[in-house]
Design a protein around this ligand. Structure first.
Ligand code: AR6
Length: 179
């Protein structure tokens, strides 16, 4: 049999831990950004602070180039990761329930698109937050169900570990229930 350079498409291992995603030693971390890509509060603010100003510079390059109107809800885009231990930050924009964005397919798309980009980057380990479960107002149990289902449905040659990194015990418990 000829040697293979990559494995057959397979489902990743999906896990949930409590912690600060900026400290994860993974190939790529996912950011719950907003369409402007210019930073904000929550996990977005934490990632930009930990990565340093180069992250905002890379986001500004995306706005000046391929994304003049910003990143649409449900899509994902990658940058470098500045001073983070990770090699890549994958930015996605969750639906904002307070703005009437209640379509679960848009939230699912955040997770599936982030993992699709992770495959393109050749990432083996990916850490994701509970996108839309903070400022954007989604129920943590609904986010957990959608996120876990999307991760378990992923099939790729690169991503082997999908780790949801949750802030606080209630968020961790929601993901443990979904798992
Ligand atoms: N590590 C892991 N999870 C975190 C961290 C962290 N360091 N910090 C917060 N969380 P949010 P959204 C959790 O509000 O709802 C920003 O201003 C948090 O407890 O960060 O998608 C953006 O710029 C919650 O469970 O993201 C957008 O404008 C989850 O991460 C907007 O907020 C998501 O909360 C996006 O809102």
């Amino acid at each position: 049999m000829a040697p293979t350079t990559s494995r057959d498409p397979a489902p990743p291992r999906v896990e949930a831990v409590e912690g600060d995603i900026t400290r994860e030693q993974v190939d790529a971390i996912v950011n719950a950004a907003n369409s402007s890509l210019r930073g904000g509060g929550g996990v977005d603010g934490a990632i930009h602070r930990a990565a340093g100003p180069v992250l905002l510079e890379e986001c500004e390059e995306l706005r000046a180039g391929p994304l003049p109107a910003g990143l649409p809800v449900g899509q994902a885009v990658a940058t470098g990761a500045g001073q983070l231990a990770a090699s890549h930050v994958i930015h996605t924009v969750g639906p904002n329930r307070h703005a009437g964005q209640t379509n679960p397919a848009l939230l699912r798309s955040c997770f599936t698109e982030s993992l699709r980009i992770a495959e393109e980057l050749g990432a083996r380990t990916v850490a994701l937050p509970a996108v839309s479960a903070g400022v954007y107002g989604w129920d943590i149990d609904e986010v957990a169900r959608i996120a876990v289902d999307a991760a378990r449905s992923h099939r790729g040659r690169s991503v082997e570990i999908v780790r949801f990194v949750l802030f606080g015990a209630p968020a961790l418990q929601a993901f443990e229930r979904a798992l």
